[in-house]
Design a protein around this ligand. Structure first.
Ligand code: OXD
Ligand code: MN
Length: 631
């Protein structure tokens, strides 16, 4: 006989934590540790209600409608379910200078930096300083706002590699974006009866009544931004910013910084890398990962459109790889994310036709421009946008092509699109086991001196090459101008612990019985004396990948020794059908340039990593210097 189960009754009564009502969801049935976390957050931030997100489409639709009514989102009417979001113009990028790692011991978080030098490989804070900073910000910071509780998984829910997080936030934009970028599901709560989770606390830092003016219906608190990571507590606290890496805490904060520390403890790797599959004309499939600094084309490479006949590329991930060696010694990788948060400017049907197809529906565009036809617009779409349409720039002002001096889109404007919409997503992209990696690539934007591709002589030499990655700064963070900046392993902004220990961890992964992937360094961005790029890039990069894969098959006939590692033997890179390429210049190793570069790298390591630098890295750098001196 159907009857009221006593257990069901609470579902129909209003649940409360203190005086704060649970607006949606069944708080009582949650695992104790989750209840404790939510209760702590409620007491700390005093929201007006608690909402347990379920990640459903219905829920997303309701929030989209609310945000459209408020003016935070604008429907881009030319598409099915695409929306534009304009942020406060002071909240447009990751804020590296306000990003901290909090540990008991300073040198667990950051290396021994030389006295008088400002460290750039992370910022440490003591627990006392962090407590003071947080106590100034978090108490009652959600007054008048809803607190959304988002249970999410980084990685496929059924993968042994995956990790669970719970983010609380007072931003509905964050809730919508987390649903695209991670796997949000109430089922995860069930798993938390037995597993632990990463605690992610986020607030835009704008309690009601708001003092001052909210710009673009985007509450934030730029003066008070802080993003703090507690690897020892598996905790993240982020305040004041609603933007990307500052607020979608599953991404950089969890999947790189906290996961990096977990990976060190547990013997795996959490890296700023794309994962791609390449099938050769001989129908042999390889998986490769590539680490490039932010906004250096990881998304373009992950979705590369090969120009060489017979090649097929499929995408597994465009930003983050979690990797571990299995019992057979193979390195397996998963993409912990569920979507793309890609840089919009420069993306078009020539540079990345595949990405364009990912975001024709169900996507959010942040800080791009908008046309009178209800379409998105940014720098790079000139040839794909009729001359006669009117354009409003990312600030919402009328913008005239060829006349307005400013940009139409913010340089760090982004698209947020579900991974499953990518037409070349690999059928096994979310396979719980992961995919076996044959090669690891490092690279950056290097206008001078650095050849198109080179191969490390060994695993440790590859780690040295990674430690010396540099790149022109981009708009992904708060930097202005185009300086060449050290970005070792493409991880400078994303390190969750001491970089010297991180290098040591990489070195320690080489163990008997393991099939160590080959390591390469690539540079698509070298320019000639006339300032023009020497290499066409984009889909033509398959030619470099083709050479790399032949090396993965141990074809020794295509390499030659050089002071920096193995270079392609002249004529071994497939140039069929390309306009003339100045190969000599593309692969040249200007002696003085390299001697200066090595000096800079040594200075960088001495100043920034100090005694934490593994001696083998310095030795390999010295060998490289000697080799140059002798040639
Ligand atoms: C990103 C970044 O958003 O690296 O992926 O900044
Ligand atoms: Mn990135």
């Amino acid at each position: 006989m159907a009857s009221w189960a006593a257990d069901d009754i609470h579902k129909f009564t209003v649940q409360r934590i203190g005086r704060v009502p649970v607006i949606k969801g069944d708080f009582q049935s949650l695992p104790k540790q989750v209840k404790n976390f939510i209760t702590h957050c409620v007491h700390l931030m005093a929201p007006r209600g608690i909402y347990l997100a379920d990640g459903s489409k219905k829920e997303a639709d309701e929030f989209i409608q609310k945000l459209v009514e408020k003016g935070t989102l604008t429907k881009l009417t030319a598409y099915k379910e695409n929306y534009l979001c304009r942020t406060d113009p002071n909240d447009t990028a990751r804020v590296e200078s306000k990003t901290f790692t909090v540990t008991m011991n300073q040198y667990d978080a950051v290396p021994h930096v030389k006295k008088g030098v400002k460290g750039i490989l992370g910022h440490w804070m003591s627990y006392e300083e962090a407590a003071a900073a947080m106590n100034q910000r978090f108490p009652n910071c959600m007054t008048g706002r809803m607190m959304y509780v988002i249970p999410f998984s980084m990685g496929p829910v059924d993968s042994p590699f995956s990790k669970i997080g719970i983010q609380v936030t007072d931003s509905a934009y964050v809730l919508l974006s987390m649903r695209v970028m991670t796997r949000v599901s109430l089922q995860l709560f069930e798993l938390l009866h037995e597993r632990s989770f990463v605690k992610c606390i986020h607030s835009v830092g704008c309690p009601r009544p708001v003092h001052g003016r909210i710009k673009n219906h985007w509450p934030c608190n730029p003066e008070q931004v802080i993003v703090a990571h507690y690897p020892e507590q598996r905790l993240i606290q982020s305040f004041g910013s609603g933007y990307g890496g500052n607020s979608l805490l599953g991404k950089k904060c969890f999947a790189l910084r906290i996961a990096g520390a977990m990976a060190k403890d547990e013997g795996w790797m959490a890296e700023h890398m794309l994962i791609m599959s390449v099938t050769t004309p001989q129908k042999k499939e390889f998986f490769i990962v590539a680490a490039f600094p932010s906004a250096c084309g990881k998304t373009n490479m992950a979705m590369l459109n090969p120009t060489l006949p017979g090649y097929k590329v499929q995408c597994i991930g465009d930003d983050i790889a979690w990797m571990r060696f299995d019992h057979d010694g193979k390195l397996l990788a998963i993409n912990p994310e569920n979507g793309f948060f890609g840089v919009a400017p420069g993306t078009n049907t020539k540079t990345n036709p595949i990405a364009m197809r990912c975001f024709q529906e169900n996507s959010i565009f942040t800080n791009v421009a908008e046309t009178s036809e209800g379409k998105y617009y940014w720098e790079g779409l000139e040839d794909e946008t009729p001359e006669n349409v009117e354009i409003r720039n990312w600030l919402g002002h009328v913008w005239k092509r060829g006349q307005s001096k400013s940009r139409a889109s913010h340089p760090n404007s982004r698209f947020t699109a579900p991974a499953k919409q990518c037409p070349i997503m690999h059928p096994r992209w979310d396979c719980p086991k992961g995919v076996p990696i044959s090669a690891i690539l490092f690279g950056g934007r290097r206008p001078k001196g650095v050849p198109l591709v080179l191969e490390a002589r060994s695993w440790s030499h590859g780690v040295m090459l990674g430690a010396c990655v540099k790149s022109e700064t981009t708009a992904a963070a708060e930097f202005k101008g185009k300086a060449i900046m050290h970005d070792p392993m493409a991880m400078r902004p994303f390190l969750g612990y001491n970089f010297g220990q991180y290098l040591q961890h990489w070195l320690s992964l080489e163990q008997p019985g393991r099939q160590m992937p080959k390591i390469f360094h690539v540079n698509w961005f070298r320019r000639g004396d006339d300032g023009k790029f020497l290499w066409p890039g984009f889909g033509e990069n398959i030619r470099v990948v083709d050479w790399i894969l032949r090396r993965c098959e141990n074809d020794d006939s295509i390499v030659m020794e050089s002071p920096v590692g193995f270079l392609p033997r002249p004529g071994t890179l497939n140039m069929d059908g390309l306009p003339p390429i100045n190969e000599a210049e593309l692969f040249s190793l200007p002696k003085q340039y390299w001697l200066d570069d090595i000096k800079q790298n040594r200075k960088f390591l001495e100043e920034q990593v100090g005694v934490d630098t593994p001696p083998v890295i310095l030795k390999l750098l010295k060998n490289q210097e000697e080799a140059f001196k002798q040639c």
